[in-house]
Design a protein around this ligand. Structure first.
Ligand code: NAD
Length: 298
């Protein structure tokens, strides 16, 4: 069996690639950053010097890039995947990018007999390490059936959600919910504490009632101790809400709450919190109001 390619060994891609090695796959890997490549090579993977070299060695490969322009470069550059992958090959793009970009890339690849599945993930670095990601897949079902064992080595819930771009569409909806939830926690905790509520007792109540959500579940690990190491970075949340806003313009769908939440993430980046966890969006309101939402020690 030919090896599987993996391009993009960052916070998510590296543990996902390691899970493929653990599951017995032979990997050919590439990243512009040599350090994670070396780590994978020490586990038995073979290093390639560009994306085209990965593609020449494989029939199936995974890409895990920050955003659409990176995916475009990896696929379309003269030394990119499409210059090396033979007809019949499958690219599984697990990055979170704009739905329209995903459709566009899939169309260009189809013209040379290559299938791209858009397969973004949710579950964060923890899910990437434990192999329990939720993966939403857009593209031809037959291609998904062929690569299902590969996805099962990285994720627990794998759902075919429709044609090309549908995976990114569902991921965009996920990120709207997540981005607004963290902004809502920021507002609720800031006004609650300013009005005299205890931040820990607020958590005990809000996490058990109708308001409960993932952003609230994480309050004891983030807001209360003031621990904002990522996790999922403000910069990525900002990127994902920008994708939602661009798509809203294309489709003439107003996204009022998303546009307001985006301003909080914009402000967080302004304050230098771009590389902090997205729960750090609360620091924007703390900065403006001088309210401290950390757990009281007494
Ligand atoms: P990251 O920045 O840590 O990793 C991206 C990797 O791509 C880096 O190692 C970088 O060197 C590499 N890269 C960039 N351009 C390249 C190129 N031209 N050729 C080869 N390699 C290149 O990002 P991440 O946190 O791993 O996220 C990847 C994607 O997954 C993003 O779209 C993100 O939105 C999504 N995602 C992230 C998380 C998370 O918790 N971090 C959770 C779910 C989804």
């Amino acid at each position: 069996m030919k090896p599987v390619g993996f391009i993009g060994l960052g916070a998510m891609g590296k543990p996902m690639a390691k899970n493929l090695v653990k599951a017995g796959y032979s990997l050919v890997v590439y990243d512009v950053n040599p350090s994670p490549v070396e780590e994978l090579v020490s586990l038995g993977a073979v290093k390639a010097d560009c994306s085209r070299e990965v593609a020449e060695a494989c029939e199936t490969l995974v890409t895990m890039m920050p955003n659409s322009p990176h995916v475009e470069a990896v696929l379309m550059d003269p030394d990119g995947v499409l210059a090396g992958l033979a007809s019949g090959g499958i690219i599984i793009d697990m990055s979170t990018i704009a739905p329209n970009a995903a459709k566009n890339f899939a169309g260009k690849a189809a013209a040379q007999g290559v299938t791209i599945l858009d397969a973004p993930v949710t579950g964060g670095v923890v899910g990437a390490v434990s192999g329990t990601l939720t993966i939403m897949v857009g593209g031809p079902k037959e291609a998904l059936d062929r690569v299902m064992p590969l996805l099962e080595a990285m994720g627990k819930t794998i759902v075919h959600v429709g044609p090309s771009g549908a995976g990114q569409t569902v991921k965009m909806a996920n990120q709207i919910m997540v981005g607004i939830s963290y902004a809502a926690v920021a507002e609720a905790w800031t006004i609650g504490v300013k009005a005299g509520a205890d931040p820990t007792l607020m958590y005990e109540v809000l996490s058990k009632g109708a308001a409960r959500c993932f952003a609230i579940e994480r309050v004891p690990d983030t807001v209360l101790p003031g621990s904002f190491e990522p996790g999922f970075m403000i910069d990525l949340q900002h990127k994902d809400l920008c994708i939602a806003m661009e798509t809203s313009k294309e489709l003439n769908i107003p996204l009022n709450l998303t546009s307001i939440a985006l301003q909080y993430y914009e402000a967080a980046r302004c304050l230098g919190f771009g590389r902090k966890d997205h729960s750090a969006v609360i620091k924007v309101l703390e900065h403006i109001t001088n309210v401290d939402t950390r757990a009281k020690t007494s």
